[in-house]
Design a protein around this ligand. Structure first.
Ligand code: HEM
Length: 397
């Protein structure tokens, strides 16, 4: 911090010197306008210096979340991504859950101690990788962290306002789906990705495929080719399978960045002392420099402190739940006292297309599995019928 102040002053000194040398070189005495410019330059530099001092004091006194060491980063990256060939989210999960509370700071890896966060090229980022921290974040600080970074397009991720409520209303599952998908075709890639994952993952579990197919045979029957939307509520095992697939393979493994709302938006400020800092599990999350908070959805969905056998595909966990757990294990939002299943985020900024996307995946998976059933068992899957099915793949699964 001292070094920074020194640099600012040295810069101001050298500016003055340069100016005087220039005047000397031209052989004239400094004019009154140059003196005024120099005066204002000095004033501005003093203000900048004061600001830095203030900021430095804040950073010094702040209790920031821990930053993983360079060795930790290299070790987990090599082990998870290179040796075990696990996805990148697994690496972030390991380094996140390595620290108590599962809250880590990502900026300035390895040099965090030496370089003040405010002078890095990247804005500081905090990653939440545990259900307990996610719970505190969404239950206590949701309103405070309702902003998106300024680099994100306002049309989609602007301040939470009327447009958002409008979007959510439009995306309500009662609106015509095809039209909605056409309107938001840019986002339609995610449910398609979700379905692709669901089909890929369920193929590794033939016993689950067989159970869904026998459920479909009972509810839909073998005479009807297409599963209809009205059939979905009568298919509890299919719903459990979709939940388990979204838990294990969230199409969006990380949330979008959340930022502290500007102090000017006083209606959304709740617990902030001065609008410049908020606390998460006792750590300070600063507004200056503006910190971006990400939820590691993949990690929360597999948090061993709340999930039994977290890495196993076990759809029955959703069927064994009591009536009280019904909301707890809902795919959308963070209901009751738990935030353990977050494929669509939660709170004010949760995905407005969630219900639509879930229905898309349930519907798509049901039709796929039902058509496999017909093709393999009853052999009445004709070319004409294939053309009517929306979700047929070009290559057979
Ligand atoms: C499987 C499909 C989808 C998944 C997994 C998904 C997941 C997510 C996640 C994790 C977020 C961030 C939540 C946060 O930052 O806390 C999000 C935000 C968002 N999603 Fe989705 N989404 C899906 C489909 C859709 C669809 C179909 C639409 C629109 C038709 C949509 C529109 C949006 C919008 C507008 C936001 C930003 C909300 C805001 O900033 O307030 N998503 N989604």
């Amino acid at each position: 911090m001292e070094a920074v102040n020194l640099t600012v002053w040295k810069w101001s000194d050298s500016l003055l010197e340069e100016r005087l040398l220039l005047q000397h070189h031209h052989g004239s005495s400094p004019s009154s306008s140059s003196i005024i410019q120099l005066f204002w330059g000095a004033v501005l530099l003093s203000i900048a210096n004061l600001l830095f001092q203030n900021l430095n004091r804040k950073l010094d006194s702040a209790r920031l979340p821990p930053c993983p060491s360079l060795w930790e980063v290299v070790y987990h990256f090599v082990l998870q991504c290179i040796v075990k060939q696990r996805p990148l989210e697994e690496f972030f999960t390991r380094i996140g859950q390595n620290h108590a509370g599962g809250v880590i700071r990502l900026s300035n890896w390895g040099v965090a101690a030496a370089v003040p966060t405010s002078f890095s090229s990247q804005p500081p980022a905090v990653l939440i990788s545990s259900a307990v921290a996610a719970h505190e974040f969404f239950k206590l600080h949701d309103a405070q962290f309702g902003a998106r970074p300024s680099y994100m397009p306002k049309a989609m991720w602007g301040p939470r306002a009327a447009y958002w409520r409008h979007l959510q209303l439009m995306l309500d599952v009662t609106s015509p789906r095809v039209e909605t998908f056409q309107k938001f075709s840019y986002a339609a890639a995610s449910p398609a990705k979700g379905l692709e994952w669901a089909i890929t993952a369920i193929r590794q579990h033939p016993e689950a495929v067989a159970r869904v197919q026998s459920e479909l045979a009972c509810v839909v029957g073998l005479d009807r080719f297409l599963v209809e939307e009205s059939d979905i509520p009568k298919l509890p095992y299919l719903q459990a399978v979709v939940k388990e697939l979204f838990r294990l393979h969230p199409p969006a493994p990380f949330s979008l960045p959340h930022e502290l709302v500007a102090s000017a938006d006083a209606s959304l400020q709740q617990v902030d002392e001065d609008g410049e800092c908020s606390q998460l599990l006792g750590y300070d999350i600063l507004q200056v420099p503006q910190t971006q908070v990400f939820i590691n959805i993949y990690a929360v969905n597999r948090d061993p402190s709340v999930w039994e056998r977290p890495n196993e595909f076990h759809p029955d966990r959703f069927l064994q739940q009591g009536p009280d757990d019904q909301n707890k294990l809902d795919l959308v939002g963070c209901k009751n006292d738990s935030c353990m299943l977050l494929p669509f985020g939660a709170g004010r900024r949760q995905c407005p297309g969630a219900r639509l996307a879930i229905l898309f995946v349930q519907f798509g998976l049901a039709n796929q599995l039902h058509s496999w059933n017909r093709r393999t068992s009853s052999r009445i899957f004709t070319a004409a019928a294939a053309r009517t099915s929306t979700y047929n793949r070009r290559s057979t699964l």
